[in-house]
Design a protein around this ligand. Sequence first.
Ligand code: COA
Length: 274
Amino acid sequence: MGEKDVNYQFLLSRREGPVEYLTLNRPDVRNAFNEVVVSELSAWAEAMAADEDVRVAVISGAGSVFCAGADLTWMTRMAAFTPADNVRDATAAAKMYSTVDRLPIPVIARIHGAALGGGAGLAAICDIVVAEEHTTFGFTEVKLGILPAVVSPYVLDKIGASAARELFLTGMRFNAARAREIGLVHAVVTADQLDGRVAEYVREILSAAPEAIATAKELLRKIACRPVQDTIGLTADTIAARRASVEGQEGMRAFLEKRKARWDVSPDPDRKPR
Ligand code: COA
């Protein structure tokens, strides 16, 4: 184990330099989320948010699929819970999605096999989603008599109301090409290309400025759903601060001086600075 690797019951966390690789690891039940997975994912995201050495995270699933969503055995047990305990449990899941969504580093989903229910929701909170071409997606909850709830704000944000109505209300499964068409997925590749495409995104991120990335991610969240007129102060203040920042100055000078910026640890020695 490396220095930054951490032991979890249902997660495998591995660190390679500034890159965190997280694997959902409950393959027997297709990496379904129970309360332990929810709590471990929250703890992982909190640890990532506090770790200044990590620049990007890649989430994948062990075994034949990425993630089959909520653990249905766990969900059926809720009938025996008090309403307050049931809500507390659902709130823990909602907070887990929010904590991952708010991570200041880019999060890449490496998806294969299937991403269903909360697993498709997990894709929706990742910044970049690369899917193997045969992956099955679906917000299948209504087929099970439940509904996509805690993931709904993130999914709506990604795929829009039209696709959300179609897919939430039918629970139908859809393929990777459709997932890309509606904005849930950014790249659809063959199984052989999956790791290579993820590595390309990682390389791009490692050549970009970490504070600038974190500020861009936060800005996107802050301006979502706000009328453009209301965003003028925020966007102007944000760029004013960034262009005078140490990173901003370094990045612009590095370009003008035709050299790599200090933060550029992308592994391609032939890459031209830009
Ligand atoms: N919760 C609990 N257990 C699950 C699960 C889930 N969401 N998804 C799969 N499993 C379990 C199955 O019950 C089965 O258990 P068993 O070995 O004790 O019979 C095991 O995982 C393997 O599932 P199986 O369906 O045989 O695997 P598969 O590889 O043929 O198909 C899926 C994988 C993900 C396509 C399929 O399991 C599936 O559609 N799951 C339901 C996903 C879903 O609708 N999720 C929404 C939840 S809100």
